[in-house]
Design a protein around this ligand. Structure first.
Ligand code: ZN
Ligand code: ZN
Length: 643
């Protein structure tokens, strides 16, 4: 009905195809010794240039994270819109990241050698504040879609959503390659697949990290146990024709872990002795000094906190922090309380991990919320989701007094994990404020935190680098500043600039024993948004509309005209939201009406005029008029009703 809607429906932002393999890429002319990665300008008319230049429009490109309003231009990145690429027969190892290097989350990497591609992890991330309304961001796997016949498998490092969460959305698009992972990672993935009704359509294989060695095309993949805040996390040791690549996964050294073996330091040292080309190493905790806290220590602190609480205890966590959930369970038992769980994802995580033996839950410990709500205050612990202030989460609803069974009140203790994923600050603070307003004691329990507690700190990172003793240190996971902090640690160990690989998403690293280079065209990695059940159907246009409405409000013009004479039948109706307060702006609205009438009359007087054209003109001219008057740009939506 309006111009804007037309645009929306014609926007097909995602999943463009590329007819290129990395071998087709021309080589960068830059010296590999640069620590700053090579930027891809591309020669004129080159394959990805159009998408590329508009994606990073400013000079200081390194600081610019992709923003959907500027870069979601899948349409422009179609293959075939540039010249064919000269074939480069180089058979060296290539590594690229489709996500995970410019934010925390959305991890997805792949290795390519000759004809074979090996994918590592495929997770989702949380959108920024400037992507209104989107639930998740997932990696742009267009390159993998185009080259799906060459994918030999997907290897998972662990069961966290930022490593597996995008699989249901993407697996079939990339030709459903087999997915390999540990028992718990595959268990959590299967639960997720079941939600999507995809269980029977996806091939999964559970690997035993102590024994298994996978032959996936030219790659040989072995595993070693690490610790994290979910059991069954494994690092990867990948044999390639150019040497061994070690991938640490998310990890920490936990000498006193809960419910799982200690990180396999012996095996890591052995791998190091066998000679390693590159160490891809977790950077999430690289800015923290010392050592990450042990899961056992977290448990002691939690016990102290539980013992001090007089009334009900509410504790919010991520549903996939299985080790944390075990600690909450154990501590609840220790203080002789009962546990109730709210939030569907939390319930299903407990069920899956319990079934697979990664969670030990005493039989009569967990009560339904209904039952628990009638229990004495000092006998109950409520475990919920909602650490990020998600609107529909149990904690948010409890903080607003909108939860069916639990309303926060004086005497309650609420334990919050303090890590706020960037972009969620405002909603988390709102929940925090509401909890305090309702009279709760709120404890910021940093050790529950997904980011500070589950990831190696500086001493562990240095130890890992020493043990693996790679030729190249390749910081992985997290924003640039985190990865640079990790590279700084390598520098203290004597690594020179030409041995540190720091790139951004989409940049292709080619490496062998002698050198590494960042290849020239980068693989496009636009943001793919998941909104509700739709994938990629919320594209740049939708997000831009949401931004426009958020910034300038909307201004709807309704014109009723006689379909034969083209005469305006009533005074133009104007509906406005978030732009000006209509009653206080009567004068402006009055002049806008006059303006609308005169624009309309001017154009309708012409022969064979098209109403669509008039709408466009109204939108533009009234937009200008309002801007001149107010210096604001509401979204103008003209509607013409013919009677
Ligand atoms: Zn993790
Ligand atoms: Zn992670």
């Amino acid at each position: 009905m309006t111009q804007d809607n037309k645009n929306q429906t014609s926007a097909k932002p995602k999943m463009t195809a590329y007819h290129a393999s990395l071998d087709n890429f021309s080589r960068s002319t830059n010296q590999p010794s640069q620590s700053q990665p090579q930027r891809t300008g591309g020669s004129k008319g080159s394959f990805f240039q159009k998408g590329q230049t508009s994606r990073r429009p400013s000079q200081n490109q390194n600081q610019n994270r992709p923003r959907p309003n500027k870069n979601m231009k899948g349409q422009n990145q179609k293959s075939g819109n540039g010249q064919p690429i000269t074939f480069n027969a180089s058979k060296n190892l290539k590594i690229c990241h489709l996500g995970g290097l410019e934010m925390v989350g959305k991890n997805c990497s792949f290795l390519e050698h000759g004809n074979d591609i090996l994918v590592i992890d495929m997770g989702f991330g949380f959108p920024d504040a400037d992507m209104p309304g989107a639930d998740y961001v997932i990696p742009d796997v267009s390159y993998l879609v185009e080259n799906r016949s060459r994918i030999k498998g997907i290897v998972l490092t662990h069961g966290h959503m930022d490593h597996i969460g995008a699989i249901p959305y993407l697996i079939e698009k990339i030709g459903s390659p087999t997915i390999y992972g540990t028992n718990l990672a595959i268990g959590i993935l299967k639960e997720k697949l079941e939600e999507f009704g995809m269980t029977n359509r996806v091939k999964t294989v559970v690997i035993d990290p102590e024994k298994d060695n996978l032959k996936l095309g030219i790659f040989n993949v072995g595993f070693f146990r690490v610790n994290h805040n979910i059991p069954d996390t494994v690092g990867l040791v990948i044999d390639t024709p150019d040497g061994k690549v070690v991938h640490t996964a998310d990890f920490k050294f936990d000498l006193t872990p809960i419910n799982e073996p200690v990180i396999d330091l012996g095996r890591i040292a052995e791998i190091g002795k066998s000679g390693v080309l590159a160490l891809m190493i977790d950077s999430t905790g690289a800015r923290n000094s010392g050592y990450a806290i042990s899961e056992s220590e977290i448990k002691e602190n939690l016990l102290d906190l539980f013992q001090k609480a007089k009334g009900r205890i509410f504790i919010a966590s991520f549903s996939t922090l299985i080790s944390r959930i075990q600690q909450v369970i154990d501590t609840t038992v220790a203080v002789n309380r009962k546990l109730t769980v709210t939030g569907r994802s939390m319930l299903s995580a407990i069920e899956v991990a319990g079934k697979l033996g990664y969670l030990k839950v005493p039989n009569d410990l967990i009560l339904t919320s209904q039952k628990a709500s009638k229990y004495p205050d000092d006998k109950i612990v409520v475990l919920s989701t909602g650490t990020q202030g998600e609107d529909s989460s149990a904690l948010t609803r409890m903080s607003r007094g909108e939860h069916k069974f639990f309303k926060i009140r004086k005497g309650d203790t609420v334990v919050l994990s303090s890590s706020i994923i960037p972009g969620n600050e405002a909603s988390v603070i709102e929940v925090y404020d509401n909890l305090l307003r309702a009279g709760a004691k709120v404890v910021d329990y940093k050790q529950m935190d997904i980011h500070t507690s589950g990831h190696a700190h500086q001493e562990e990172l240095k130890t890992m680098m020493r043990l693996v003793n790679p030729k190249y240190v390749y910081p992985l996971h997290g924003n640039r500043y985190m990865r640079e902090a990790n590279a700084d640690l390598a520098r203290t160990l004597g690594y020179e600039e030409d041995k540190l690989i720091i790139v951004d998403d989409g940049e292709v690293v080619e490496l062998n024993q002698d050198r590494f280079a960042v290849l020239k065209p980068r693989i496009p990695t636009s943001l793919v948004l998941v909104d509700g059940l739709g994938v990629g159907d919320v594209g740049n246009i939708v997000i831009r509309d949401r931004q426009a409405m958020a910034e300038g409000g909307i201004f709807v013009i309704i014109l009723t005209i006689n379909h034969r004479t083209g005469e305006i039948l009533t005074s133009p109706d104007i509906i406005s939201r978030g732009f000006v307060y209509m009653r206080a702006a009567e004068n402006l609205i009055h002049r806008a009406r006059t303006e609308i009438r005169s624009i309309f009359k001017h154009h309708i007087a012409r022969q064979n005029v098209d109403l669509q054209f008039i709408k466009t003109t109204l939108r533009e001219e009234i937009g200008e008029f309002l801007y001149d008057e107010t210096k604001r740009r509401p979204m103008v939506i003209p509607v013409i009703i013919e009677v």
